[in-house]
Design a protein around this ligand. Sequence first.
Ligand SMILES: Nc1nc2c(ncn2[C@@H]2O[C@H](COP(=O)(O)OP(=O)(O)OP(=O)(O)O)[C@@H](O)[C@H]2O)c(=O)[nH]1
Ligand SMILES: [Mg+2]
Ligand SMILES: [Zn+2]
Length: 302
Amino acid sequence: MSRHSDLDLGLVVRGHGRHYIVEDSEGQRRVCHPRGKKSDCVVGDEVRWAPSGSDEGVIEAVEPRRNLLFRQDEWKTKSFAANVDQLLILVAVEPVFSESQLCRALIAAEAAGIPSTIALNKTDLPGSEAARERLAPYRAMGLNMLEIALKGEPQASIEQLTPWLSGKRSFVMGPSGTGKSTLINLLIPDAKAQVGDISQALNSGRHTTTTTQWYWVDGERQSALIDSPGFQEFGVRQVEPAQLPLLMPDLRAHADHCRFYNCTHQHEPGCGVRAAVEAGQISASRYRIYGEILAELTAKRW
Ligand SMILES: Nc1nc2c(ncn2[C@@H]2O[C@H](COP(=O)(O)OP(=O)(O)OP(=O)(O)O)[C@@H](O)[C@H]2O)c(=O)[nH]1
Ligand SMILES: [Mg+2]
Ligand SMILES: [Zn+2]
């Protein structure tokens, strides 16, 4: 038994720089400070905590994690959340999403062992057809895909999402302005997550999300949604170069057919992946993005 196993278990529901909001087993939330200098908990962590002062607490230990979703850029690692059941990657018809970022989010989730769903939001806007076409390779890969429109008449979208969210802890991720906080507010009426108004000029009074935050969907605290700030950069430097094709299901399906067991699918003769690209079984854009990420992972750092 660990030294702290007599302490209460709490759930980290929000991080604020050096302190955290921890929810106890009764659902009460309080500010907690990590013991010592290291503050390496993330939203979703189970922690052992002890009361301090009248209404605060001290985090004494972080319980072992089931999984950890993070990105690793060139110089820093950014943890998103721990112990989540599934990832909802929200993209939108507008702003037009970067396919490279979408691929990277999927790779990070696959590396963490977390299943993903892609939802295309704002299908009420013109341009839906083009967005749908760009997502065709992901549908063909067998990913769970949803199409939603959260503004105006969102009822049909909510009905589509609800069974999928039920009983699960879902992390909602995606570029800025895709509707993550809008979704949270629709499913959790008292969430009051701030929603950005895209009609205003960039950076002038836009209410975009700045911290990752945990919301319970139901009173029994079985289903949770985790809102997160939109990202721009998305490094996957935690991945070994040889692992990369194995984290991309469409490439993985053809990697067994390569002549060389250590094929990088770049220039080698008899490459099953390149043959599949030429045959139209792997999308040209996914293959290009694979090459770009591989170059990043193998580049020398000076
Ligand atoms: N037309 C249309 N607009 C939408 C839809 N869903 C959300 N929006 C609008 O998109 C804008 C951005 O929505 P948010 O929910 O703040 O986006 P977010 O993903 O939380 O953005 P960040 O917090 O910056 O990451 C707001 O003006 C919403 O009203 C939709 O289905 N259709
Ligand atoms: Mg937001
Ligand atoms: Zn190959």
